[in-house]
Write a protein that binds this ligand. Sequence first.
Ligand SMILES: Cc1ncc(COP(=O)(O)O)c(C=O)c1O
Length: 400
Amino acid sequence: MSDKKKLGRATRLVHMGRNHADHPAFVNPPLERGSTVLFPTVAMRNATRERPFDQVLSYGLKGGPTHFHLEDAIAEIEGGTRCQIVSTGLAAVTTALFAYVKNGRHGLFPDTVYGPTRNFLTGMGTDCGMEFTFYPPDIDEAGLRALMRDNTTMIYCESPGSHTMEMQDVPMLSRIAKDVGVKLVMDNTWGFSLFAPFEHGVDCSIQAATKYIGGHSDVMLGAITTNSDSDYERVRTVSTSLGHFASPDDCWLALRGLRTLNVRLRAHMQAGLRVAGWLREQPEVAQVLHPGLPDTPGHEIWKRDFTGACGLFSVELTPDYSYDDMVAMIDGLQLFGIGASWGGYESLVLPVTGAITRTADQKSAERLMFRLHIGLEDTDDLIADLKNGLKLLQQHAAKR
Ligand SMILES: Cc1ncc(COP(=O)(O)O)c(C=O)c1O
């Protein structure tokens, strides 16, 4: 496979990260676990210590063949050169932040950033001397440039944003980052295999592999992909210095998940768009926030930069309803689990009102909203369940 870039996404997902010459017996690479690496001689051990950034077996923490297979596959799909696997998506976020911001440096973050990323910044990140400013996700070029400080080292983005799903103009952010000489870091979890971060000027792409890569709600993993040796070395140094590690068992499951990602994502997208389109027609619904719907703000950016959508979107109810009405609806749904970590085969629902913190731009914080993850069930059944849920919403409101 000399010209891998010419292959389609589905083909690459099937073939990447498994060198069949190394394990000729079975289709999947074997699961390899270990803490201690044995060397025939001291000289051979010392030789591995001189190559801290290479995929060589030196010590359990530094990763083994199962990690390397997954790292290669994710780097390939993201379109970067190297990837570092860590234990969770949040660990991937914080590793990247330590790599690019540090004590006394400043980063710019979208107001719609994943909640625990915000919590890290306002808590431990602050304790460690990181400085940050939250910017509205739809900020224009002049506005963002005005927020730059002398000590700014990074622009961070997440598109679409958590809960309120605002799309970001990543090429514009990249233009500014390159112009002023700072790094552009992206949480690309929603867009894995649908958005090519490095083609759009990103320097470091974060994945919560816990979501669609695992795909079965039974794995927690994070991945940080870079596109240059120097970026990789920054990330790798933080990750190993902090002692980050991921279980090879989880890496193996993630590798297996990757093989079916293309068909799963297509099904999530088709079902998600159908449910979103149906919800948009319901009188109880004020707005459906799905970037793939033409009337959702940011749809034009999605059409320009993404090749598809996953199954995660949000729904805003009209002001005729209260939070308790919405809870009655959610509690009455039969096929939607009430849960946070999306990307598995099952449909999920979560009230997001009250869980949204916005400090740069208050306009979305108070809206009555819930988030849906559309799984792989029959879409007609999901719509019937939601129809019944909206009836419960109305009945609860009528009792007030
Ligand atoms: C956008 C985004 N980034 C990062 C994470 C963190 O992933 P993990 O749950 O693996 O820590 C999540 C989890 O919900 C997420 O939605």
